[in-house]
Design a binder for this molecule. Structure first.
Ligand code: UDP
Length: 328
């Protein structure tokens, strides 16, 4: 079976990916510096503690193993932080990624699944967003990802380096079997924050603005279950392994939910009262982000299994209750 390197395999999405790769009988090696990930989230395969900034340790990794493909999840993801600390984002998301790409080229491993983001589009010019939508990122996080996407096009032309860029909308939910889930410190994502307010680990949830041009005034996002997201990675990997050309796909459910709708769903699922605070708009938040994922559905034969927001919230709630028990 193919041997896959999962960079950032101890994080929220990377660890779910490792679980699914193992289930599909791939051999897995995780490379992670544990800066934001957890060793106990890696459910199997081999684990190598290492940093993409360290070219020497990357060289050793590629000399030790013969990989058939690489999946790259190791990036910083907070939009607000990227505005305040652009250097941190360009160093890791761009420069460290270049280290990985060059080591791959040097060792003739030329198949990469790259975690990209809807943040490359910036303010939407139309909804839903398809792959061709203009790319005008409005923060260093989005720009760092868009730069890598463009670099990958050049690497394909020059080195015959094949990649699939997967542009995530709002990754959410947790492992339905309850083994792994979101553990960001600090947590900034809507669904885990709401559920922490429901479990009592947090006092309240602050809604970032209710004066957007949406039916209830709060922002609309496209939440996609982390299992469905990883499933798309598996399909994309199969295509690369079958020598198919490079590609890019937008990954979402194609349905938008407002912040208020997510809170109402969480109230229903948890049966808890959730204290709400009305806050200011968060800088850089477009009113609406919804994916057109028809390209992935057709080309990858991908079909989200857990498209229902209630299922996404229910799985995240199961995980939050586990996290709550850990803190008691
Ligand atoms: N949001 C909010 N309160 C929070 C965190 C997020 O109202 O404490 C809103 C945010 O403005 C956005 C949506 O929830 O409209 C999803 O935000 P998240 O940070 O989860 O993901 P993003 O869309 O930034 O990738």
């Amino acid at each position: 079976m193919a041997k896959i390197l999962v960079v950032g395999g101890a994080g929220y999405i990377g660890s779910q990916m490792v679980k699914q790769l193992l289930k599909a009988n791939y051999e897995v090696v995780v490379f992670d510096n544990l800066s934001t990930g957890y060793r106990d989230a890696v459910m199997g395969g081999e684990f190598v503690l290492g940093d993409l900034a360290n070219r020497e340790s990357l060289k050793q990794l590629f000399e030790q193993y013969s990989f058939d493909g690489v999946m790259h999840f190791a990036s910083f993801i907070q939009v607000g932080e990227s505005v305040l600390k652009p250097s941190k984002y360009y160093r890791n998301n761009l420069s460290n990624t270049l280290n990985l790409l060059d080591e791959m080229v040097e060792h003739n491993v030329k198949k990469l699944i790259f975690s990209s983001t809807a943040a490359i589009f910036g303010e939407p010019q139309y909804i839903p967003l398809d792959e061709k939508h203009p790319k005008k990122p409005i923060n260093p996080y989005g720009l760092s990802k868009w730069m890598v996407e463009q670099i990958l096009q050049d690497y394909d032309s020059a080195y015959n380096f094949k990649s699939v860029c997967l542009r995530y909308f709002n990754a959410a939910g947790a492992d339905p079997e309850g083994e792994i889930g979101e553990r960001h410190l600090p947590e900034t994502h809507l669904i885990p924050l709401i559920l922490q307010a429901a479990s009592g680990r947090r006092e309240k949830i602050t809604i970032y603005g209710e004066d957007y041009e949406t039916p209830d005034g709060t922002c609309i996002r496209d939440y996609i279950h982390v299992v469905d997201l990883c499933n798309a990675h598996l399909l994309a990997l199969e295509q690369l392994l079958e020598e198919k050309p490079s590609a890019v796909y937008n990954l979402g459910n194609g349905e938008g939910f407002s912040v208020r709708q997510v809170i109402d769903t969480a109230k229903k699922i948890t049966n808890q009262n959730i204290k709400i605070d009305m806050g200011q708009r968060r800088e850089g938040d477009p009113a609406r982000l919804v994916a057109d994922s028809s390209h992935a559905k057709i080309a990858l034969q991908w079909q989200p299994r857990y498209a229902d927001l209630e299922k996404i919230v229910a799985d995240a709630w199961q995980w939050e209750q586990k996290m709550l028990l850990k803190t008691l």
